[in-house]
Design a protein around this ligand. Structure first.
Ligand SMILES: [Zn+2]
Length: 276
């Protein structure tokens, strides 16, 4: 006890008001971490999901030695560790991975700055005689991506409308993770946004689901929800591509990019729920 009192007295005399635990020597100076500000938040705001269009081996090769990267990679059949599915972490979460490219969502662009990216091994699509044929995901990799996403969302407090497809934030360039990604099932596990059925019915207002509608209302709703889309009022090629990206995420039963009553109702319901 005597020794401790003597030690404290020496500290006080030396003008040292912090314990040695909070002082960290750096390169020619030291920092004191005693006083932490309340005003701060996570840099990560978005979760972006992708598919690789390559097999396991080439996905890993491309994402570790090429010019693109992602924080996590989910193999077709993820390996296991004590019965837990394993995701490969290719970039630490605190650093930027290069997965989003030129991108925009709501008021933000260059989503690499504010996102975590997950790449899922999947071949994408092939052009068939009646349109694109999409490759399914495996149950094992979806289980892994679900658990990983849920954990990231919880740790960073990512809002549902900020869990996005690469095609949502770069609709003119990208189609991943495609219409076979189970967004609705994921939303039922608290991962990502989904409209309330009652609100969709309200906006559908008795119209047939595939009844064609004007482009203007949907353009406006998608801009309000977060998509980068010009308000032209007509179905030009760029508009159609953004509509298609939206349908791949929220209405996979029809992804032609033609605006219809159901697509419009879903968009309005999402705005009402997440961007009031
Ligand atoms: Zn992508």
């Amino acid at each position: 006890m005597k020794t401790l009192i003597l030690f404290l007295a020496i500290l006080t005399m030396a003008g040292c008001t912090t314990g040695p635990k909070n002082l960290i020597a750096k390169n020619g100076y030291a920092i004191d971490t005693t006083h932490e500000s309340q005003s701060q938040n996570e840099r990560v705001r978005h979760l972006v999901l992708h598919y690789t269009v390559l097999d396991d081996h080439h996905s890993l090769q491309a994402l570790t030695s090429g010019t693109a990267s992602a924080h996590y990679l989910a193999f077709t059949t993820p390996p296991t560790h004590h019965e837990l599915p394993v995701a490969l972490q290719l970039v630490p979460e605190g650093r930027r991975a290069w997965h989003a490219g030129v991108s925009q969502w709501a008021s933000r662009n260059n989503l690499n700055d504010t996102s975590i990216g997950i790449e899922i091994v999947n071949a994408g699509f092939i052009e068939g005689p009646t349109g694109r044929l999409w490759f399914p995901y495996t149950e094992a990799q979806l289980t892994l991506v679900k658990r990983l996403s849920a954990d990231l969302i919880k740790r960073y407090g990512i809002e549902p409308q900020n869990v996005v497809a690469h095609s949502d934030i770069a609709p003119l360039r990208k189609s991943d993770p495609g219409p076979l990604f189970p967004w609705q099932a994921f939303s039922e596990h608290g991962i990502g946004a989904w409209p309330d059925a009652v609100t969709v019915q309200k906006h559908l207002a008795q119209r047939p689901e595939f009844q064609r509608v004007e482009a203007g209302t949907l353009q406006k709703a998608l801009a309000a929800y977060g998509y980068k889309i010009a308000q032209t009022g007509v179905l030009d090629e760029e508009t159609r591509q953004v509509f298609r990206a939206f349908q791949m995420h929220f209405r996979p039963a029809g992804i032609s990019g033609i605006p219809d009553a159901q697509t419009e109702a879903i968009a309005l319901a999402l705005v009402e729920k997440y961007r009031p």
